[in-house]
Design a protein around this ligand. Sequence first.
Ligand code: IFM
Length: 465
Amino acid sequence: MKDQNITGTDRSTSRNGAFPPGFLWGAATSAYQIEGSPLADGAGPSTWHRFSHTPGRTHEGETGDVACDHYRRWEADLEIMSELGLGAYRFSISWSRVLPQGTGKVNEKGLDFYRRLVDGLLARNIVPCVTLYHWDLPAALDDRGGWLNPDIAGWFADYCAVIARALSDRVSMFATINEPWVVADAGYLFGVHAPGHANRYEFPIAVHQLLRAHGAGVQALRTNGAKEVGLVVNLEPKYPASNAVADLDAAERADHYMNRLFLDPALRGHYPERLDEIFGDAWPHARADLSTVQTELDFLGINYYTRSVVKDDPSAYPTGARPVGQTRAAHMTTGWEVYPDALTRVLTWVTERYGRLPLYITENGAAFYDPPCAEEGRVSDPLRCANYRSHITAVRRAIEEGADVRGYFAWSLLDNYEWAAGYSMRFGIVHVDFATQERTIKDSGHLYREIIASHGGILDGDSSA
Ligand code: IFM
């Protein structure tokens, strides 16, 4: 295994090859972002329910109370998945639907919703891929300290055991936690996501408890019949703004802070070296016990959206690495640069640094400006189409370069609730008219259907990545 950063030079050539047989083509969503009805059938509130109902926390005070109303429209949504020809569907389970208090008594009605969903997927030959935690912690557990309470590893393991006992006869792929870095960074360091804390002393504690919960969750899932267990991380290669030593160093710090923070402990059993330096006296866990955290994974899920170019700036909190603005594209609602080459790089970097483990792109996509309603049954989204073409081509290139990529999930199946940004960003390949809940497959959805049907063949000749 080589020890290197995800930084380097651009590639500009493309080779055409095939996606491996059995490569999974899917789309992804998460519970709070699409389900709506957050308190139905005995569910308990989650931290996101509480956060979105707190004035001033989200775009125009928007909440997930209705979202895509998927809790009630799930069957129609399954039909759309069939129409798209999806081979797999990645969704998350709302912990507080199943365990309203976070621990203890199971709410069978909540669990039944996911049982029905899984059965509906299997009946349509769509592989269900379950994420246990996609940011909606039961509020009852937040009242007990949430991700700052060391007991959370046990709470999470018990929840994982409930889910595995209920579903592992029909679901083979389980991921413990989605994007733990975002949970800690946005939820505990910057306070822009639930639970809304901004505290540099809490960040390292949350990181450590997320890792312990992941380790305990893996064990609980396996003990209760799960066959393939993984973790999902979001990775964003850090490119230095110049070759100046200070900028190279800043890119390395940013890389340790974001890309290595969960992977080094989970796969190598140690924290990245530079966290001590970044957090100083707030980093008490640098030498904490990671023996229950490091565990062999059956797969790693990677969520990729963009890269960032950084320059050294000691005032940039917390790493002293400031993203350089000129790479940002104005036509995107997120402001994220379209940069597919970094997706190839991220896949080869993970393979080189952590070994050739099975990888899935568990999220990739983009939010561009789309109209609020379809026009004559059509939503034209050429920028998103180009984005899918170039990024899927970038995945194929990574496979050619030796990465063991087993599947790709578009983010997202549906336009949905984009957390603090509310409904202001549309990531779907299926348009949702939030006034009527009408769904319309966008041009990008039609393109994705063709990509799936041809197993990537229609991309032959594309060199846009
Ligand atoms: O919508 C989110 C998702 O919940 C986690 N990954 C990034 C997506 C786009 O911001």
